[in-house]
Write a protein that binds this ligand. Sequence first.
Ligand SMILES: Cc1ncc(COP(=O)(O)O)c(C=O)c1O
Length: 391
Amino acid sequence: MKNKCNFDKGIDRRNTNCIKWDINHLIFGEKDVLPMWVADMDFEAPPKVIEALIDRAKHGAYGYTLHPRSLKEAITDWEFRRHNLKIQSDWISFSPGIVPAVNFFVDCFTKEGDGIIIQTPVYYPFIYACDRNNRKLVNNQLIQTKNGYEINFDQLEDQLSDPDTKMMIISSPHNPVGKVFTADELTKMAEFCADNGVILISDEIHQDIIFSGNEHICTSSLSEKIAQNTITCVAPSKTFNLAGLGFSALIIPDEEKRNKFQKYMDAKGIHGSNLFGIIAGEAAYRHGNDWLNELLIYLEGNIDYMENFFKEHLPKIKMQRPQSTYLAWLNFREYGYSQKELVDKMVKEAKLGLNDGSAFGAGGEGFMRLNFACPRSTIEEAMKRMKTVFS
Ligand SMILES: Cc1ncc(COP(=O)(O)O)c(C=O)c1O
């Protein structure tokens, strides 16, 4: 395919109140680090999205807004075309983000002291959703093998059969380990949950960032029984770089759960979405397909570059090739550093702002997470800096 988008160009995000670029001193205690952490991209959104936002902005009135039927159609079409997931538009609710949605689900469907299963190392807001809402965190830690991460199904079966366990939250695909779960793995997890009356929250925010040779399976597409027990979270935010617009969609096929959740949202007074999130989300889902295909090729080029660089210059840094997400999960364990030493070396010596792997819970020690959704030149610079400090 001919590349029409110039991802090499990137975009200068400094001095735009950008979390990734403008608060280095607060996050890393150093001003001059190259930030490669929070999961958004250093690329412009698709041109059609920018056009739609400008058109709407020109109107001049930004009052309360509906979720138009066309928006729900754009989401259902996208899910069907791209992921073979058949959903009805009335199964969709909206949330300003998936992180708040996960917390709403915890609050709505479980009570204090209930057990919630997560799989560390995992996106740390899942850990907070348990801890900060006084739920019992039940860790079905992923098992690291030579060929990637696997699920500890024996442990999971035990954990699900505990009557205190009420919910399981998965990141599918998995942030930070970059794993795309197979249909077998998902079926087993989701069937276990359904059989034990444990509601499954399938956070599929990374579902569109899938690299060649891998296929994302939507949990809810596996069977009717699974769909009825699963809530799926999707969003255009990671895929099209719209995270600042506060827009995500929640798919709840089971009527009872849907009504309960709607009542909960009504009771909290959470209605509506950000007008510009709606406009951008619909434009992205309607017109973003080709742009996304080009993005994936570019990101895969970044993976190739890092993989070759590590092999050639830094063989002690192990990178399991990500199957999904624009987040590389880098294993520094061979160096034998303490986590503090590792983070200090990365920040103070290499001047690189990666995520500290230990933030992702048990299993994250000795790792760092690097966001590679940036121009190749940024990756080259980061590799150069790492080589100076870690070779
Ligand atoms: C698994 C996962 N869920 C949710 C989010 C963020 O969701 P939101 O910005 O919609 O709250 C992220 C961002 O990195 C993520 O990796």
